[in-house]
Design a protein around this ligand. Structure first.
Ligand code: ADP
Length: 441
């Protein structure tokens, strides 16, 4: 380009010299030099007009044709334009990829400017903090999350690498917030919904606390009696009484560990559970007899209405534990002379096992928590009946394994209904006719 510029200048001067000589010869030096300069200026302005017109026409049209320095300048600008267009394309592509990647991230990302105001966010952050574009661009993070712990954290008043705080829009949702400094005084905020992790962690803590509590009580009774027996010489009656109570506590611990093992096997190895066609009516007839024995002096009226024709494809052990837990609960939580009705039948929706009792009933606010491990409405009563607090948790899990669902209806003081719905594809009919097994106390 420098060379062309020099060539252009030389050409201008050489032509000027020729015009000057011609002017001297003709005796019109000034006039010819003026005309020459005006002609050069006209050509100069013509090229300027060309370039202006081309730049206004749009970037994609080819540059105007010109010779010499002007032609090279047009081509130079054109090459620069092409290069910057390619660079822009690459930048847009990169930005789109960056947006797609951050959009796919399961946690929210927010970019803060030096002053701590929001510059950019991804889709997950938009959902978690209900951010709105463009209103929230430039908004301060502290205005968005007004929790005191976050305030201390964003101002660097705490050493914690990240914090867990309730969501500003739903206090049941727990958010994990981490601020990562980067670049020149910029900060990246990552936000994760850790509600489920926290719940699982809480359940784990509760579970350990509950197990320890459940085992400590019978162990305290047992060790108390053992020490007493070792220290004193008991008479026959005291010894008998102590042994009875010790055996009761041992059974309780045994019951608890058996239930725990069952629950853990239901949770851990669903694949190993073998299914076969189970004669449920026959199983329930046996269970009704056991319920009679358990009822003893309470003299419950126990009615069984079972369709002998309806069989179920399932795991006999699992089904037995579902039916037994529900029937035993009905006996345990129904006062003397109450009625217990056990039903087994099928319809288009599938097969149904129902236990209705006229017992104590359960207040509605307990119902959604009943299947949690160790959840009891009345702790004292549950202990009295020797319950492990795991019965309904086992039923819920076993029902899940059987692809069915447990429904609970109850009214305080009037009684409860526990209904197990099994899907239609698991029902196996014995024959076309339906025959019912009916029994009562
Ligand atoms: P538990 O071993 O204490 O019986 P479950 O898991 O079987 O444990 O039951 C949980 C709680 O649900 C019981 O403690 C009891 O308060 C309540 N419950 C279960 N079945 C009945 C019922 N048929 N009538 C009233 N309350 C019941």
């Amino acid at each position: 380009m420098q060379y062309s510029w020099f060539k252009e200048l030389s050409r201008f001067l050489w032509f000027g010299l020729v015009v000057a000589v011609l002017g001297l010869m003709l005796g019109h030096l000034t006039l010819l030099l003026l005309l020459y300069t005006l002609g050069y200026l006209a050509w100069y302005f013509y090229n300027l007009k060309q370039i202006e017109h081309w730049l206004h026409k749009g970037k994609k049209s080819p540059p105007p044709q010109a010779k010499g320095l002007w032609g090279e300048m047009f081509n130079g600008i054109y090459r620069l334009q092409q290069r910057s267009r390619k660079r822009n394309k690459r930048l847009v592509k990169f930005l789109n990829r960056f947006r797609e990647t951050t959009g796919a991230l399961p946690y929210g990302v927010i970019v803060l400017r030096e002053q701590g105001d929001i510059e950019w966010w991804n889709e997950a952050a938009q959902k978690l903090l209900e951010l709105k574009y463009p209103q929230d661009v430039g908004q301060r993070m502290g205005n968005l999350i007004r929790h005191p712990r976050f305030n201390a954290y964003i101002h660097g008043k705490t050493d914690e690498p990240d914090i867990d705080i309730p969501s500003p829009f739903d206090d049941q949702q727990i958010l994990n917030v981490r601020i990562i400094p980067y670049g020149k005084n910029q900060r990246l905020v990552t936000i994760r919904d850790v509600t489920l992790i926290q719940q699982v962690e809480q359940m784990r803590r509760d579970f350990v606390a509950n197990i320890s509590h459940e085992l400590r009580t019978p162990l305290t009774v047992l060790s108390g009696y053992v020490e007493n027996l070792l220290e004193h010489q008991p008479d026959e009656a005291t010894l008998q009484h102590a042994l009875n109570l010790m055996s009761q506590q041992t059974r309780r611990m045994q019951h608890l560990t058996e239930d725990l093992m069952l629950l853990s096997s239901l949770e851990n190895d669903p694949a190993t559970i073998k299914r076969e066609v189970v004669n449920v009516a026959h199983m329930l007839a046996g269970l009704r007899e056991q319920a009679e024995v358990l009822s003893g002096d309470k003299n419950h009226a126990i009615v069984l209405e079972a369709d002998d024709n309806v069989q179920l494809r399932g795991n006999p052990k699992e089904l037995d534990s579902i039916f037994t837990n529900l029937v035993v609960n009905a006996v345990n939580y129904t006062p003397e002379k109450g009625r217990i009705r056990i039903c087994w039948y099928a319809d288009e929706a599938g097969a149904h096992f129902e236990v209705h009792d006229t017992g104590t009933g359960i207040a509605s606010h307990h119902l959604h928590r009943l299947t949690e491990r160790f959840y009891r409405v009345d702790l004292a009563r549950s202990r009295e009946t020797g319950g492990s607090g795991l019965g309904l948790a086992i039923v819920k899990h076993a029902m899940q394994q059987s692809q069915g669902k447990l429904r609970i209806k109850s009214e305080l003081g009037r009684g409860s209904s526990f209904i197990c719905d099994f899907p239609a594809h698991l029902v196996v009919y014995k024959g076309p006719e339906s025959s019912k097994t009916i029994g009562s106390a």
